[in-house]
Design a protein around this ligand. Structure first.
Ligand code: PGA
Ligand code: ZN
Length: 411
């Protein structure tokens, strides 16, 4: 049987220049899986703790003290790797060793196994024979915690190229609209410098609705018909606007919305801009308010991110309350890959559409693309341009060379 013969780790840096960890798992002295860990800026309160007390060094130290427990294990036995890390950290949210370590060791083991067997990672992670490409969402405009002062409150405006016939066409549509939006923003404001948000979308000084109008214009002047070839989606990341004390969402220009006004605000945006995707429309505890939107818009993907935090328990609550019809999957919200795949299985069983997502602080790793495919995700959030985003987009292109995947998924 193939065995893990070495585990090495080091401190490296992510796309924001923040410290993160990288971990190598080596099987039979030869087959290496290497994984580094992303991190979020708008982090859900119930996520696994990536680095307890913000100290990646301590996580590495703890891992190194326990490294022998992983040597000799079968790298392809995800449950065993997961249980081993669970024996070291028995907390619910990995607040001892850090979700980052659980993330890195589980994915690196599977990658190492995929090298040993000579199969792509996505293939090793699923028995499903009918695999399709998720639709890559292009982040064309950023605001909120992903961009500077003066940018929209809405964290992300995304292009969904749902009419594309191939993965390459989908990717090229995203680039085209992203590019066109730059021209439009430049024409609107001579002072726009081409500054970008953390995920590669433009970061102009502009209001929420103006940003959506410019985005619609960019779709149409790129030659696409909104609602036919492509559509727009948004991630409001509403927990970042929610003020628990006053129980209001705080927006620019001193606007304040209560829960009811927030639902109206989002509903108007959906209708006005024909949105097909809305993520975290309300704050992370507002399961009831989310269900109002899900009920009102059955044909729009109403997705939980901070609401469901890739945690089966919160997903179960959302299912019971009919809070969403879609959910974000971010492996490091869950901690280990085993946890995340269990979450995906539960979502699928209840017909909750999955959107596998990067984080705003990323590295050049691309395993999440494989995870998006093996979980049958409807969409993939992997940004638009920039090294740490393009590495994932290019991995999609490489994967399209396999005959194992049959076309694009339909929304
Ligand atoms: P984060 O945000 O990676 O900064 O947490 C991404 C998102 O909210 O989808
Ligand atoms: Zn989000």
């Amino acid at each position: 049987m193939q065995k893990i013969t070495e585990v090495k780790s080091r401190l490296i840096y992510d796309s924001r220049g923040s410290k993160t960890i990288e971990l190598d798992v080596i099987t039979d002295n030869k087959y290496m899986g290497r994984v580094s860990v992303p991190s979020g800026a708008s982090i859900g309160r119930n996520e696994a703790i990536n680095f307890p007390n913000g100290e990646p060094e301590k996580c590495l130290k703890l891992l190194n003290n326990n490294i022998n427990k992983f040597l000799g294990l079968d790298p392809a036995d995800l449950k065993c790797i997961h249980n081993t890390i669970r024996n070291v950290d028995k907390t619910d949210n990995y607040s001892n060793i850090g979700g980052a370590v659980a993330f890195a060791i589980t994915i690196a083991s599977m990658e190492s196994a995929s090298r040993f067997f000579g199969v792509p990672l996505f293939k090793l992670l699923t028995d499903e024979s009918k695999l399709e490409f998720p639709i890559p969402l292009g982040n064309i405009l950023g605001g909120g915690l992903h961009a500077g002062n003066g940018t929209p409150d809405i964290q992300e405006i995304l292009v969904c190229p749902h009419g594309a016939k191939s993965i390459r066409e989908a990717i090229e549509i995203n680039f085209k609209v992203h590019n066109e939006l730059r021209n439009i923003l430049q024409k609107r404001n001579i002072n726009f410098t081409g500054g970008k948000s953390d995920e590669g979308g433009w970061a102009p000084e502009i209001g929420n609705e103006e940003a959506l109008e410019a985005s619609c214009q960019a779709c149409e002047s790129s030659g696409y018909k909104l609602g036919k070839d492509i559509s727009l989606g948004i991630d409001i990341a509403a927990s970042t606007q929610w003020d628990q004390k006053s129980e209001k969402y705080r927006y620019k220009n001193n606007k304040r919305f209560n829960q009811e006004e927030q639902i109206k605000f989002v509903s108007d945006l959906i209708n006005r801009y024909k949105l097909t995707y809305v993520e975290d429309a309300v704050h992370q505890d507002a399961f009831g308010a989310m269900s109002e939107l899900t009920n009102e818009f059955p044909n729009v993907l109403i997705a939980g991110d901070d609401l469901t935090v890739t945690n089966t328990m919160f997903l179960e609550k959302a299912i019971n309350l009919k809070s969403c019809n879609a959910t974000i999957l971010k492996v490091n919200q869950a901690g280990s890959l085993y946890d995340a795949l269990k979450f995906a299985k539960h979502a699928k069983k209840h017909n909750i559409k999955i959107i596998t997502s990067h984080r705003s602080g990323e590295t050049i790793d691309s395993q999440i693309v494989h995870i998006g495919i093996c979980t049958g995700s409807k969409m993939l959030k992997i940004g638009v341009v920039g090294g740490e985003r393009i590495s994932k987009i290019n991995e999609l292109i490489r994967i399209s060379e396999y005959d194992l995947i049959h076309g694009m998924t339909q929304l």
